[in-house]
Design a binder for this molecule. Structure first.
Ligand code: ASP
Length: 355
């Protein structure tokens, strides 16, 4: 036999099998995890402990999280897009004073509410983001309008607000965002003369003042997979209590707090934004899947439980891939979170020990 003549054939077989392996490895997930459609949500991460929560307040959070999950689920069940599903889920939480987004947004050091939001679609990696909004009732809708009806990705401040008004979105007086608890929270934090993560700051305050046991917090976000196999991510926030006027966090920065690409995953983050920007959290998780051949769970874990922890970046993410695998790691005491897969019931969790 002429072995020399076989060499090119053997080489091409080897090359072919290597490239195949590379391709399947990107999203090599357990069969059992596959589902026709699914979504996951978060309502913020932080120092959330069972002993600091009244049963009534806990029930309120669980009910609102379930309502948000179900709002997104119905859209997906009806064959709607992942984009419509994440908007539906986020809108429910934006309209609730329980979360640090929309109605319940925290205050800046000027005593105003400035909101950031972003949305991204995994099918074409189209994205829209807004920052420093003060009058748009549902900032996530403004982010979507930027994505769909403008040639831009990111609008800020007055320009973003004028655009939102032109788009016919609901505009409210800034006083709509005033909530007494949030305002008191700002005053307390000003007293301590610190700008901190909303949640951690609150724990400190709580130690000094039992009034703060009844605190409210939580950036909101959603990720979803629809029946067409497309994933999307959306995040909306008031940022951090006592943040400087003009400060923009990770949420509207595509690739940091919000990211989606059908090839890898959709991610929505919550936590101390500055650290999430520096870690480019969403894109880093996607890159570990794309180039590092990690599963969604491995990639999300590495970023949240290792990379962020090393620089003391507190918080977590919710993430989904095109098979409906969901990973929701957080390195804080708790994270308001939940998911619902096709044909299954909604699962809502708050504390670390809930699976
Ligand atoms: N990531 C948000 C920000 O830094 C805050 C949060 O998630 O609570 O603006």
């Amino acid at each position: 036999m002429n072995y020399k003549r076989l060499i090119p054939t053997v080489l091409s077989i080897l090359l072919f099998s290597c490239s195949q392996q590379q391709e399947t490895k990107i999203s090599d997930q357990p069969e059992s995890a596959q589902t026709e459609f699914a979504l996951a949500i978060h309502g913020g991460a932080g120092t959330i402990k069972r002993e600091n929560m009244s049963p009534e307040r806990e029930a309120e959070y669980r009910a609102k999280l379930e309502e948000a999950l179900n709002a997104g689920y119905v859209v997906l069940e009806d064959g709607g897009s992942s984009l419509d599903a994440v908007i539906a889920a986020v809108n429910v939480m934006e309209d609730s004073p329980l979360f640090n987004a929309g109605k319940g947004a925290v205050f800046t050091n000027e005593g105003k509410n400035e909101m950031d939001a972003a949305i991204m679609y995994g099918a074409d990696r189209n994205a829209g983001a807004v920052a420093s909004l003060t009058t748009v009732k549902n900032p996530i809708n403004a982010a979507r309008a930027v994505m769909e009806n403008s040639p831009h990705v990111f609008l800020t401040g007055r320009g973003a607000e004028l655009f939102a008004a032109e788009q016919g979105l609901e505009i409210v007086d800034p006083t709509y965002f005033y909530t007494e608890n949030r305002y008191n929270q700002l005053q307390k934090i000003i007293e301590t003369e610190k700008t901190q993560l909303d949640h951690s700051a609150l724990l400190e305050l709580e130690l000094q003042d039992p009034f703060f046991k009844d605190r409210k917090f939580g950036t909101v976000g959603a990720v979803a997979l629809d029946k067409d196999g497309n994933i999307a991510a959306a995040t909306s926030t008031g940022g951090m209590t006592n943040k400087r006027y003009g400060r923009v966090g990770d949420v509207p920065i595509i690739g940091a707090g919000t990211y989606a690409d059908n090839e890898t995953c959709a991610v929505s983050a919550t936590g101390h934004g500055e650290f999430f920007i520096r870690t480019v959290v969403g894109h880093e998780i996607a890159s570990l899947m794309r180039y590092g051949q990690k599963t969604l769970a491995e990639a999300a874990d590495e970023v949240v439980m290792d990379q962020l922890v090393k620089i003391e970046g507190s918080g977590g993410v919710i993430s989904i891939d095109k098979y409906g695998n969901i990973a929701m790691p957080f390195n804080s005491e708790g994270m308001y979170r939940g998911y619902r897969k096709a044909g299954e019931k909604a699962e809502v969790m708050i504390y670390k020990d809930e699976k």
